[in-house]
Design a protein around this ligand. Structure first.
Ligand code: ADP
Ligand code: MG
Length: 193
């Protein structure tokens, strides 16, 4: 059974048709890349399957069932704009992720911040980070506690070369863990790892 089934999803913003009749399945254990240029509807599609946006028509199923909050909790995710708490530090932000997801422990918070090279600044507020650092924290949140299901929208945006190398390693580690990973990108390097 596929992890995610997308069936005939369409979405318009007024006159702009962002998605038309999109259907495909995401197999369990895959690293699934959605490649497409700017404006091709990647963020719109991921926002729909993460229940942030409503489709005009079509359905999707997580784990063969109509999506619920409980399914959603199993999925580590990152959407286009990192929406973390601005006045909280990296550690405080991840403690909230820990509470909501029910995954991981305090040690995992420090481990994931090391993985994304943010450990030195772990006690600085999110609002004081550069764009690339914000993106690193958003990645840390998506992969925190090694979720079995991860959805990331252009995770490489604003990352430098080192950050991108770390991201590729992270995706490889998720794959080795048996996780299913969905990534949108316009950079083919990130898919097929
Ligand atoms: P991608 O993530 O692939 O760059 P998007 O899903 O962001 O693409 O956008 C797909 C299309 O929908 C684009 O034409 C974009 O202009 C349009 N669009 C996205 N969000 C909005 C919005 N909030 N209001 C109006 N149009 C939007
Ligand atoms: Mg996008």
């Amino acid at each position: 059974m596929p992890v995610l089934e997308i069936n005939a999803i369409s979405k318009s913003y007024g006159k702009i048709r962002a998605l038309e009749n999109v259907s495909f399945n995401i197999p369990k254990g895959s690293v699934f890349g959605l490649l497409g240029p700017n404006g091709s509807g990647k963020t719109t599609l991921l926002s729909i399957v993460l229940d942030v946006l409503q489709a005009n028509s079509g359905v999707y199923k997580w784990f063969g069932e109509s999506p619920t909050y409980l399914h959603r909790k199993k999925i580590g995710s990152l959407l286009e704009t990192p929406n973390l708490y601005h006045y909280l530090t990296a550690v405080q932000n991840l403690r909230i992720t820990q509470t909501i997801s029910g995954r991981g422990n305090e040690g995992d918070i420090h481990a994931v911040l090391e993985k994304v090279n943010l450990h030195e600044r772990k006690n600085s507020r999110f609002s004081t980070y550069s764009l690339g650092m914000k993106q690193r924290l958003a990645i840390a949140r998506a992969i925190y506690g090694l979720p079995k299901y991860v959805v990331m929208d252009e995770p490489n945006s604003n990352l430098d070369e080192l950050g991108e190398n770390a991201l590729v390693k992270t995706v490889q580690a998720l794959k080795a863990n048996g996780s299913t990973v969905v990534i949108t990108t316009h950079r083919p390097r990130l898919v097929g790892v």
